[in-house]
Design a protein around this ligand. Structure first.
Ligand code: G3H
Length: 317
């Protein structure tokens, strides 16, 4: 999969774009809650959205007991996420996931396992998930992952800069990370569950985009609260505002807790309603998930065969 979105070269820090932002939290929460039911998808349309969720997925393993064998199995799944007979029945071929996402020391194994495909390898870095390491070491970790062959780097921001409203510190740090990424694209993980308010989510989103993040991502998956439709709505509106001001299209990645096909549909409805069809492509939308693929397979199998396949029939992620 070639990523056709131009890089986000960033802008100067522009705090006036967000420092007076106020968010009507109840209204945002009501809008977010309405999203899952906003589109009653007909059967064949629902199957198309399920397939789209697969091609936009960063198939992820970020566990302390990860091994090269597990990464190789994950990559085999990324190459063929849905059984060929099911795809044939739908007239689809060549479906892969959007990327594979691993720890830096697993990047080389992932690159080997994906040889011959154009599936990108994403690597977390910068002291994932807390990010509390000296900056020089965080930058070195980015460089290590890049040199191992990572095509995308998922960095984590320093939450304290947001909680203390130290926007220059956050911007400068993200600029340095963007520089360390070199040719690799940068996703900025905002760890929204740690940011205390929706205003802070919006502000951190703007600073990350101004600093040159190619995507903004909700969560590491390790916070107490990870991706929600409410924070995702706020981030998508920030993306839209940034695009209106600059013409730069920054991508969005919800991560952490997306487990079911219903989740995958709900977030795609959000993207369609808030940002439009162009944001339903892997270049601008990724779902960070370690177990979502299993339910997508089940639902796709049900769409094709009319029954739920037994677990052993599906090579779950
Ligand atoms: O993107 C990375 C997340 O850790 C995935 O979270 P999950 O394991 O809840 O799917």
């Amino acid at each position: 999969m070639t990523d056709d979105a131009p890089r986000n070269s960033g802008t100067e820090l522009q705090t006036d774009w967000f420092d007076t932002i106020r968010i009507n939290t109840p209204a945002v929460e009501r809008r977010a809650a309405s999203l899952p039911s906003r589109r009653s998808l007909k059967k064949e349309w629902q199957a198309a959205w399920l397939l789209n969720a697969v091609r936009c997925m960063d198939l992820t393993t970020l566990s302390g007991d990860d091994t090269e064998d597990r990464v190789a199995r994950l990559c085999a799944k990324a190459r063929q996420p849905i059984a060929p007979d099911l795809l044939d029945a739908m007239g689809v071929s060549g479906l892969t996931t959007g990327a594979v996402c691993v720890y830096p020391t697993m990047v080389a194994a992932a690159k080997r396992a994906l040889r011959g495909t154009d599936i990108p390898v994403a690597s977390v870095a910068t002291g994932f998930p807390a990010g509390l390491m000296p900056l020089n070491l965080r930058l070195a970790e980015i460089e290590y992952a890049r040199d191992q062959g990572a095509d995308e780097i998922d960095i984590v921001i320093t939450r304290a800069h947001v909680l203390q409203a130290d926007w220059p510190a956050l911007y400068d740090e993200l600029r340095a990370m963007r520089q360390a990424c070199g040719p690799a694209r940068m996703k900025a993980i905002l760890a929204t569950g740690d940011l205390k308010s929706l205003e802070n989510v919006a502000r951190a989103s703007h600073v990350a985009m101004q600093a040159g993040a190619d995507w903004i991502k909700t969560s590491t998956g390790k916070e107490g609260v990870n991706a929600t439709l409410t924070v995702s709505l706020v981030m998508c509106r920030a993306i839209r505002d940034h695009h209106d001001r600059t013409g730069i299209a920054v991508g969005f990645k919800p991560a952490g807790g997306l487990k079911t096909a219903k989740d995958a549909i709900a977030w795609q409805v959000l993207m369609r309603e808030e940002l439009g069809r162009d944001w339903l492509r892997p270049a601008r939308f990724r779902i960070g998930a370690s177990s979502l693929l299993g339910d997508l397979e089940r639902q796709i199998s049900h769409h094709v065969t009319g029954r739920y396949a037994a677990a052993h029939r599906l090579t779950m992620a």
